[in-house]
Structure formats: structure tokens, C-alpha cells
Design a binder for this molecule. Structure first.
Ligand SMILES: [Mg+2]
Length: 368
């Protein structure tokens, strides 16, 4: 069945955060998300392009992605006639644009196809209707005491593990504080690439704390160094920023750079690549889990759908809407009950865009 996109809307939404989010390379106090709505034969599919504001997770920013979607991707998309859903995915994957921009369109195409087939998105992706374990992630704070207060407050929602951000000079002390306050809870650290092999002793000390993993100790390109670290510590190394393409994953597997993979739909350019990485890791018996930027509700609902796949074995970073945001643009809001997220069995994403809220939080909007 051939299809085309007859109309589209691109909206830049900005929602205030409950508290500033700080990691080793910067901080933000508002969340920007670019919502892509695509219309085809009376159905609307929704996607989200969700880079961090400020280039501190990757080089992509909301402004760069907005320009790519507005000037390049969406106008080109509207010229296409696709023989099939897979052909549309191949087309978007081949476009010369950033992964974050492509994700906005790619994920909307999946939602559209799921709605056309009358299936929930998780089913189209190969997942099942199962509760997904949610993990708490906390950023960097001025004092360990502040961090402990935030963890204590949110752990009451039943989150299944805790991940804390670390940076040089604020690492062992933070882990020791969490272990002191909360005992042997499932715990790990995310360095967002802030270290290198001169810090080996830090990771050897952290190795004594029975952590679930060390997430992205070194810069994305340092796969050989990451392999060296993995040979020297017991704790599994988890890669996030390093894994942009299936080729990166293959190379990291060959080098022995990691034992756990974090799959972010945004970072890899959408569901097709996320599924390819999921399958490659499964083939090599490397467990994976679903990360977040975090995205607004559309992206978070996508994360829940992906996390229902059988090989996503660790809790996801997707949290409740109101954990990070003062409000969200989906109905219902994303909720965590007893530490679990629940996919929706309605056709498509299962969480609808709340148009009134999208309007309230919009910075700009364009109809095509
Ligand atoms: Mg990470």
C-alpha cells in the first residue's frame, strides 16, 4: 500500500523543569521538545525530536534540529510517495540530518503505521503489554545531603534502582553517601564521559561498592580505553554516548568496551536503529535498557514502548512526567505506580498529545 504525508505540523514546546538538571558538562532549567505531527489519509502520527538545550550531551540543540526539520526534512518528506512503511523508514534514515532531527519524523512514521494497523506501538516494535521497571536518575547537587534528600523523596514512588551522576572530584564520596543512607539498593553511576584512563583508581575504588554498572565513564569515541577499563574492573561498563550507530556497537563489542548497553531512541535516530542495536546486543548476550534525554511525554511514551522488548532487561530511565517537568503535553501524563510504567494498549503511541497544553507551552509552531 503506497502512502504519502499530506500535511504536517512542527511545534517547539518548552516546559519548565521542577528543578535544574545538572550533569558533568552543564545544566538546564527548561525542557525543549520539538513535536512532529504527520497526517496521512485521515490519521495523525506524532513524534518528538528532543535534543538537550545547550550542546552538553551532544552537538545537537533544539535550534539546530528546528532548522533541519523546518527547512529540510519535513519539506522533503511532503514530496515523497512511499511504497511501504519500511521504505519510508529507509528514506528518513538516509537523509543528511542529525539523529535527533530524524527521530522526530521517524517516530511519527511508526506511530502512524501502528494507528493504520490498529495496533499498539509496542506490538509493532516487537514488544509486549508488560509493566516496565522504572529507575530513578538524579543529577549533580551542591552537597551530598541535597542529593540524598532528592533520592529519598522520589524513592517513595517505588523506583526500582537509583542512578547518580558523577564528575571528577565528586564520585566516591557520593556513592559512599548513598550506600550509607540507603544500604544495598540497586545503584549505579553515570559519568557522561567526564573521565579518562588516568582516573583508573577512581573506578577501582568504586568497584568495591557493588554497583550495577559504570555508565559512560569516558568520552564517546574512547572505545579502546573503555575496553581497557573493563578489563581492570569487575563492575560492568555501560555505554550510552558511544553507541550512535549499529557500527559503533559492533566495534565496541569486538573491542570488549562494554557489558551493558543504554539505547536512546533520540541518540540513534529513531526506532529502526534502536531495534537494530537491541537485536545486535541480544545476539552477543549484552543486556540493554532504554535511556532518555529525558524527553517530553511523547518521547517518554516511545521509551516505554521500546522498553517492553524482551531483551530490555534493566529498568529504564523513563520516569513519571512530574518527576522532571512541572507539566507535560500528553494525556494521560506518564505515571509510575509501584516503580512501574505501563504501556497503553490503544492503537499507536497510546498517549495522546494534549493540544491545549501543546498550545500553552509552544514557543513556535508551523503548519506545512
Ligand atoms: Mg547516560
Amino acid at each position: 500500500m503506497t502512502f504519502a504525508i499530506q500535511a504536517a505540523r512542527l511545534t517547539h514546546a518548552r516546559v519548565p523543569l521542577v528543578e535544574p538538571f545538572r550533569i558533568s558538562s552543564g545544566a538546564v532549567s527548561e525542557k525543549d521538545g520539538l513535536i512532529v505531527q504527520l497526517e496521512s489519509d485521515g490519521l495523525t502520527g506524532v513524534g518528538e525530536s528532543s535534543p538537550m538545550a545547550g550542546p552538553f550531551y551532544s552537538a545537537d540543540t533544539p535550534e539546530i534540529c528546528w532548522a533541519e526539520l523546518r527547512d529540510v526534512l519535513i519539506p522533503a518528506l511532503l514530496q515523497q510517495q512511499f511504497p511501504s512503511h519500511p521504505a519510508a523508514l529507509e528514506w528518513i534514515n538516509a537523509q543528511p540530518a542529525s539523529n535527533f532531527s530524524k527521530t522526530g519524523v521517524e517516530t511519527a512514521l511508526w506511530d502512524l503505521e501502528a494507528r493504520r494497523q490498529g495496533k499498539p506501538l509496542y506490538e509493532l516494535l516487537g514488544g509486549t503489554n508488560r509493566p516496565v521497571e522504572s529507575g530513578l536518575a538524579v543529577g549533580l547537587y551542591d552537597t551530598p545531603a541535597e542529593m540524598l534528600r532528592v533520592i529519598e523523596k522520589h524513592l517513595a514512588c517505588g523506583y526500582k534502582r537509583v542512578k547518580i551522576k558523577i564528575e571528577r572530584g565528586r564520585d566516591v564520596e557520593l556513592v559512599r553517601a548513598v550506600r550509607g543512607a540507603f544500604g544495598e539498593i540497586p545503584l549505579f553511576v553515570d559519568a557522561n564521559g567526564a573521565y579518562d584512563l588516568t582516573d583508573l583508581h577512581v573506578f577501582q575504588t568504586l568497584d568495591e561498592f557493588n554497583l550495577m554498572m559504570f555508565e559512560q565513564p569516558f568520552t564517546g569515541s574512547m572505545l579502546a580505553e573503555s575496553a581497557e577499563l573493563q578489563r581492570r574492573v569487575r563492575t560492568p561498563v555501560c555505554l550510552d554516548e558511544s553507541l550512535e550507530t549499529a557500527g559503533d556497537v559492533q566495534r565496541a563489542i569486538e573491542l570488549g568496551s562494554f557489558k551493558i548497553g543504554n539505547i536512546k531512541i533520540q541518540r540513534v535516530g529513531g526506532f529502526s536503529n534502536a531495534l537494530a542495536i537491541h537485536d545486535l546486543c541480544r545476539e552477543h548476550k549484552i543486556p540493554v535498557w532504554t535511556g532518555t534525554m529525558p524527553e517530553l511525554g511523547v518521547g517518554c511514551a516511545q521509551g516505554i514502548a521500546l522498553a517492553t522488548l524482551s531483551h530490555c532487561t534493566f529498568p529504564t530511565d523513563v520516569e513519571a512526567s512530574l518527576r522532571w517537568f512541572r507539566d507535560d503535553i500528553v494525556a494521560p501524563l506518564i505515571e509510575v505506580r509501584d516503580g512501574h510504567l505501563y504501556p497503553s494498549a490503544s492503537p499507536g503511541l497510546g498517549f495522546e498529545v494534549d493540544e491545549a497544553k501543546l498550545d500553552r507551552y509552544k514557543v513556535a509552531s508551523i503548519y506545512f
